[in-house]
Ligand binder design. Structure first.
Ligand SMILES: [Mg+2]
Length: 229
């Protein structure tokens, strides 16, 4: 079997952070701006962190720059770490631990991330869930605001880290939003979508992922799909 690279999304896929990131972001924005008008209809699913901040600032008619967005995200990670340090823990979705244990002990299978989180935010969330050590590489929101650019970055890092070459057909994106599916399709990769996030099964089905699951709880079958199909 040729080496497989499995690139997982974080929020809504591996874990749900129980509103903690939103709370941390509200704290950061409240410390910078005396008032802030939120776009309550904005769907954050699958968006990169810089994309979300830019949207929030635009919606509130704020001036912004890449430097400002970076500063806000730096402050956000500090707040996020404080929240998790205070004892809050993310919810780990059904089957995630079982699937990771099966995959990490399967020969020629390698794990990574493709997530809109900045790398520091990804580390904080996954450490709080005790999952970080399984994902040594990834493509992150601080690599690009455009999620479509993240899979090739994750692939390149994985090839260096694991000293393997991965073919497109052997790379999977596992995610919970239409943007996970989109970034797989735009890069000629395969996608297993799960409806454990905020996007409905119907909306995910409409953009045709190769596989669509309610969750990862049947991890033996999902292991079979990812490793042998
Ligand atoms: Mg997600």
């Amino acid at each position: 079997m040729k080496p497989k690279l499995l690139l997982f999304d974080i929020d809504g896929t591996l874990i749900s952070a129980r509103g903690i990131p939103k709370k941390a972001m509200a704290t950061v924005l409240a410390s910078r701006y005396s008032t802030f008008q939120y776009d309550k209809s904005y769907d954050f699913s699958g968006r990169t962190d810089p994309e979300i901040i830019e949207h929030l600032l635009r919606y509130d008619n704020r001036e912004f720059s890449d430097t400002l967005i970076k500063e806000i995200l730096r402050d956000f990670c500090i707040e996020l770490e404080k929240e998790f340090f205070d004892g809050h823990r993310p919810e780990i979705h059904p089957g995630v631990n079982g699937l990771i244990q099966r995959l990490r002990t399967t020969e020629n299978v390698f794990l990574g991330l493709v997530t809109g989180n900045v790398s520091e935010g990804a580390r904080i969330k996954l450490e709080a869930a005790d999952l970080h050590r399984y994902f040594p590489v990834g493509g992150f929101g601080d690599d690009s605001k455009d999620r479509n650019e993240l899979p090739p970055i994750a692939q390149k890092r994985a090839e260096i880290h694991y000293n393997k070459i991965f073919e497109s057909k052997d790379i999977w994106i596992i995610g919970d939003s239409i943007h996970d599916i989109g970034c797989a399709k735009n890069n000629g990769l395969r996608c297993l979508a799960v409806s454990t996030g905020l996007t409905s099964r119907e909306d995910l089905a409409a953009v045709n992922p190769e596989f669509l699951e309610n969750d990862l709880s049947d991890f033996e079958r999902i292991h079979e799909i990812l490793v042998h199909s």
